[in-house]
Write a new protein. Sequence first.
Length: 260
Amino acid sequence: MSYNNLLVEVEDRVVFLTINRPRALNALNDQTFEELRHFFSTGYRECGDFHGVLLTGAGDRAFVAGADIKEFLDVAEQGNGEQLSRRGQEVFFLIERFHRPVIALVNGFALGGGCELAMACHLRVATENASFGQPEVNLGIIPGYGGTQRLNQYIGKGKTMELILTGDRIGAEEAHRLGLVNYTLPRDEAREKALELLRVIGSKGPVAVAQSIRLVNAYYGGDEGFHAESAAFGETAKTEDFREGASAFIEKRIANFRGK
Ligand code: CAA
C-alpha cells in the first residue's frame, strides 16, 4: 500500500500512520483526505492483524494545522463548502467508528481540522509542545469536521464556546486539565505511553474492544448536529468574509471582515 501523503509502517502489531506534509504543517488537503478514507475503509486490511493505530504528524512542529487553506479559494469559487464539510465528517466517522483503537500522538499544532481529527481518535496523547484550537472564525467560517459537536463532548459548553468564538489556542497542559487529551508528556515518553496503551488494549479480547468503541460512541446519539454543522459551514463558505479570510491567510495579513 503506498500513499503520497500518508506513511504506513507496521511494527509489533502497531500501525504507525503518519500524515506526511511537514512543509504545510501536515494540513489536510484533498488528497490526504482521500488517502485517510482509503486507509480506514479498506487499506488497513493490508496491515495484517494489528492491535491498533498510532496516528501522528511528520516533523516536530505539527500534528495537523487544519484543512489546507490554500485549497479554500477554490471552495469559495465552487460554492461546495457543504460537501467539503460532509466529506471531512465522513472520513472522521470512519476513524471514530474504527474497530481497533486509534490513538492520536499529538506532536505540535492540532488546529481546526487537526484538532477535529485528534478528537475523532479514541485516545489522545500530547507532547508538551502540542497546542489545540478551532481557529476557523479567523477565516470567516466555522469548524466543519465535527468540531462544534465533539469539542463539547470533551470540554463542555463554556470552554467550547470560548475556543470556537475566539479562535484562541490552548497548550497541552491546559488541554490535559480540560480533558481534551488523556496524557501530556515529554516527546519520547508520549510516544511510549501511546504504544503502551495500544499494547494493553491489544491484550484484551478484540470483540470486546470493538464493541466497547461502538457503545461508548453510541452514548452520543444521532448525527443531526453534524448535519447542521455541514449546512452552516456551507453557508459561511459562501460569504465574502470567507474569501477574505482565506486570502488574508495566504497573503500573511490580517483579515478585514465585513459581515457579508
Ligand atoms: N493550510 C495550508 N497551509 C498551511 C496551513 C493550513 N492550514 N497551516 C500552515 N500552513 C503553511 C503556511 O502557509 C506556511 O507555508 P509557506 O511556507 O508556503 O508560507 C507553512 O505551513 C508554515 O506555516 P507558517 O509560516 O504560518 O508557520 P508559523 O509558525 O508562523 O505559524 C500556525 C504556524 C500558527 C499553525 C499558522 O500556520 C496557522 O495559523 N495555520 C493555520 C491554522 C488554521 O487556521 N487552521 C484551521 C484551518 S480551517 C479548517 O481546518 C476548516 C475545518 O474545520 C473544515
